[in-house]
Design a protein around this ligand. Structure first.
Ligand code: ZN
Length: 186
């Protein structure tokens, strides 16, 4: 975690408790100026004593962050001074480094379960599941067809092999009977 990078920042959002329980995908706009994570707003070298860190230039467009909430029961969250909180560490969403070659810092997203989400926090219905389902449906017939084709040739050899063994046993039995009769023991 101590890779050189821009300053880490803290952002706190309120999220409807049921979204957290469901592990919802959410979206919110990241403010340009955020609290410095190193000093929690008190002022330090990382933030130039201001307590705040800018995550983008003044002219840059707003930055929307999407994050999937980890499914969490409210009772399993960390207790902090401000109540039960979940902190999600999001890389490359923090402050910009002075050196453009270095990555941005971490965004320490503090998620506070509440009755209602902050106005800027929106739930996104995942567009992913339907394509995955159709893909599975499209994939499903293929193995099934393969499975339907496969048993026939696979099942056939055991049958003919069983028939062969039954034939061999019958022949041996007849030979045994013939031998018993020939030797006068039948
Ligand atoms: Zn600071």
């Amino acid at each position: 975690m101590d890779v050189p990078r821009g300053p880490d920042v803290i952002h706190r959002i309120h999220v409807a408790a049921e979204w957290l329980e469901e592990g919802a995908l959410i979206e919110f706009e990241l403010p340009r100026n955020l609290k410095c994570a190193a000093c929690e707003g008190g002022g330090c070298d990382a933030c130039g004593r201001s307590g705040a860190v800018s995550v983008r230039g003044r002219k840059e467009l707003g930055e929307v962050v999407q994050v999937t909430l980890p499914k969490r029961d409210e009772s399993s969250l960390e207790s902090t001074a401000s109540g039960r909180t979940l902190v999600i560490r999001i890389p490359e969403r923090g402050g910009m480094s002075e050196s453009p070659a270095l990555p941005r810092g971490l965004l320490l997203l503090s998620v506070v379960p509440a009755d209602a989400s902050d106005p800027g926090v929106q739930r996104i219905e995942r567009p992913v599941p339907p394509p995955v389902l159709t893909e599975e449906e499209a994939m499903a017939p293929e193995p099934a067809a393969e499975g339907a084709d496969a048993p026939a040739p696979v099942a056939a050899p055991p049958k003919s092999r069983t028939a062969l063994w039954v034939g061999v046993v019958i022949v041996l039995w007849l030979l045994l009977l013939a031998w018993l009769r020939l030797t006068g023991r039948g």
